[in-house]
Design a protein around this ligand. Structure first.
Ligand code: GAL
Length: 675
């Protein structure tokens, strides 16, 4: 594996050259415009299979040869895709087995994309062949920078016979015997015991562990497909880095398992600016996802796709207001991206995405506002090359566990409405974003907790093997842990814990019942007088309120209402050299802000700036040996003034020296280097 560190910050787009072969003057113009927009890479060939192999075995590489050469002549590099994301029509008709089968046993027609059977030996064979031919042909081409394997793999779950046979094999390896499986899945419930492996089908939502294992299997099968795609690439181009584009995590893939197999993490980000959610909240959410993608490998990543203007699939997608394109592009860089790339270079003329935004619109020239905005980003990136080896480092980690998300989604609880796992993780993240404190977003199983001072664990419903012991070690060695309601209810197989809870001694308490609230119910917590965090007043809570008894923990706040009024709602337990805090109910944002401000002060967490930032402004730091780069970003539409404290700074773009305070326009940003 060759970890990827570029020589320049990447700026480019998905380029569907093959759609325009009949328009030579447009292709000519493209390269002129690419230079003008200061682009230096293009992602190519992503959906080009039908033009590379118009009929079985008839390979036509001329257009791609030409494209590779033209990129090189124009000083651009190629992020060359393998074309498996969209199968050609002839392939789907000649070999129906490559088309997905849905949960009702119905084979899909040939339509759309990203919908092949991940098990089909024929599809794997055809993909291996075309990948080998691409690698053989371009292995020494000077334009080849990186492989873009497939496109946005997803866990679509194919229910064909081939997939079911592979699933049963996967289960046999995991459980050994049917007795073990029947126990792990608790199949005696509703008389669902299996007496033969062939009876297992992934269609029964009442057996949660079955559905969870099916999701794990589908994930493993897609990962296996990806790894098979990489074999010829690794063999023929061992020096060329490989990536695949991840998506904001709603794909049902466990990217923590993919991350070790990519040379650099790349992802596609499509925040909905100017929507019903206010832009500050969109900025926070996007910051969370950027941090997640950095955390997968604890290294700089790539923003492989974003829209230069609007999407055409979000229901309503408004043009970016002035400054927003630069802000949203450099936000990725602030959180560790070494690229800003777009979907798409040129708007296609036909098909589903013809009204999706692009660098070059149907008008076909560079005199548009969008083109100017893109050029501006290109100019900024060209000036920021010093950043490349730097990365963000964190003292705080927040567990956002994808398999936990699957299990929690499947669970039927006394209140199943508004479980909101992702949203709540982001709610816990937000105070740190606002304070300018870096957060790593990590997995419960894959991550090492030891580098952190503070570990936040919202709603870790499924406590997988080994995680309790890692948490105990973390706290024993002096770490501070925050665990919330709806945590540690089930094990890896979604079996409820019986007897003492695995976190009982660490938290020093036990949960006896959980009250769930309708939206019209009123409950609140009141901090106890003189509590060590200095919290005061009344904080409303919603949806979930655990009723707990304390063993060794001390109460910090108590419930206000109902039959459990006066009982603890927030408690702390000293454990080894550290402390574990349990937040028993779901608070609103105000509590989280006050709580994490108090904790950050106690733990002396380092902040990007010593002074408080205005609401909606964040500060993120990339570090490298002795240099630091401070990104100040204003997600409010109005100007905001930032107190820089005592230090002296230099503006990286204008070289201007700065002290005292600084006013940033609405949606503006500045990049400073401390002197
Ligand atoms: C991405 C996809 C691109 C394009 C884009 C539109 O998810 O990878 O091919 O469809 O969405 O926003």
């Amino acid at each position: 594996m060759k970890l990827f560190q570029p020589d320049f910050l990447l700026h480019g787009a998905d380029y569907n050259y093959e759609q325009w072969l009949d328009y030579p003057e447009i292709l000519e113009e493209d390269f002129r415009l690419m230079r003008q927009a200061q682009c230096n890479v293009m992602s190519i060939g992503i959906f080009g299979w039908a033009m590379l192999e118009p009929e079985e075995g008839d390979f036509q590489f001329d257009w791609l040869d030409q494209l590779m050469d033209r990129l090189d002549e124009n000083g651009l590099k190629a992020i060359l895709a393998t074309p498996s994301g969209a199968k050609p029509v002839w392939l789907a008709h000649t070999y129906p087995e490559i088309r997905l089968v849905d949960r009702n046993g119905q084979r899909q027609p040939q339509w759309m994309r990203h919908n092949h059977c991940p098990t089909s030996p024929i599809y794997r064979e055809k993909v291996a062949l075309i990948n080998s031919l691409l690698a053989q042909r371009y292995q020494h081409h000077p334009a080849l920078l990186m492989w873009h394997v497939s496109n946005e793999y997803g866990a679509h779950g194919c229910h064909c016979d081939l997939c079911y046979a592979a699933f049963r094999q996967w289960l046999q390896e995991r459980y050994g015997t049917l007795d073990a499986l029947n126990h792990a899945w608790w199949t005696t419930f509703w008389s669902h015991r299996y007496s033969d492996w062939t009876q297992i089908e992934a269609v029964d939502p009442s057996i949660h562990a079955l559905m969870l294992d099916w999701m794990r299997f589908v994930n493993d099968q897609v990962l296996d497909f990806y790894r098979a795609e990489c074999v010829p690439l690794r063999e023929l181009t061992p020096e060329t880095p490989i990536t695949t584009n991840f998506m904001r995590p709603n794909t049902d893939l466990d990217y923590w398992q993919f991350a070790p197999y990519v040379d650099v993490v790349a992802w596609d980000s499509y925040p909905a600016w100017h929507s019903e959610t206010d832009d500050v909240a969109v900025g926070v959410m996007t910051g969370f996802y950027q941090d997640l993608h950095r955390s997968y490998k604890q290294r700089p990543f790539l923003l492989m796709e974003s829209t230069p203007s609007v999407t055409n699939w979000q229901g309503i997608s408004r043009p970016k207001r002035p400054n927003v394109h630069l802000l949203s592009s450099l936000q990725a860089v602030a959180h560790g991206s070494n690229s800003v790339q777009y979907f798409q270079w040129r708007q296609s003329r036909g098909g589903q995405e013809k009204f999706h935004g692009a660098v070059v619109s149907h008008a076909g020239h560079g005199r548009t506002r969008v083109f100017q905005d893109v050029t501006d980003v290109g100019q900024h990136l060209a000036q920021l090359a010093d950043l490349i080896p730097s990365c963000n480092t964190a003292e705080v980690a927040l567990i956002y566990d994808l398999q936990n998300e699957w299990a929690l989604e499947l669970a039927q609880l006394p209140r199943s409405k508004d479980k909101l796992y992702q949203e709540r993780c982001i709610a816990h993240y937000r105070p740190f974003w606002q304070m300018g404190i870096t957060v790593d977003v990590i997995d419960s199983v894959a991550a090492d907790f030891s580098p952190y001072k503070l570990l936040i664990v919202p709603m870790l419903y499924m406590l997988r093997e080994g995680v309790a012991a890692k948490m105990e070690a973390f706290v024993r060695q002096g770490g501070t842990l925050v665990v919330t309601y709806l945590s540690a209810l089930v094990n890896d197989s979604d079996l409820a814990f019986v007897g003492d809870n695995p976190l009982q001694s660490l938290l020093g308490l036990g949960v006896e019942e959980t009250d769930v609230l309708f939206d019209h119910n009123t409950q609140a917590m009141r901090p106890l007088p003189d509590n060590e965090l200095g919290l005061d007043g009344r904080y409303p809570v919603h949806h979930y309120a655990d009723i707990i008894h304390l063993d060794t923990a001390r109460p910090l706040a108590e419930y206000e209402n109902d039959f459990y009024a006066g009982q603890p709602a927030l408690a702390v337990n000293e454990y080894g050299d550290g402390r574990a805090i349990y937040l028993a109910a779901r608070p609103d944002q105000r509590f989280l802000t006050d709580f994490y401000q108090a904790l950050s002060g106690r733990l002396a967490l380092s902040r990007a700036l010593p002074t408080p930032l205005p609401e909606g402004v964040t500060a993120q730091v990339r570090r490298h040996e002795l240099s630091q780069y401070l990104f100040l970003m204003n997600f409010q539409a109005t100007p905001q003034t930032i107190d820089l404290g005592q230090a002296n700074y230099q503006d990286m773009l204008s070289d201007q020296g700065l002290t005292g305070s600084l006013t940033i326009p609405g949606y503006g940003l500045r990049i400073l280097r401390p002197q």
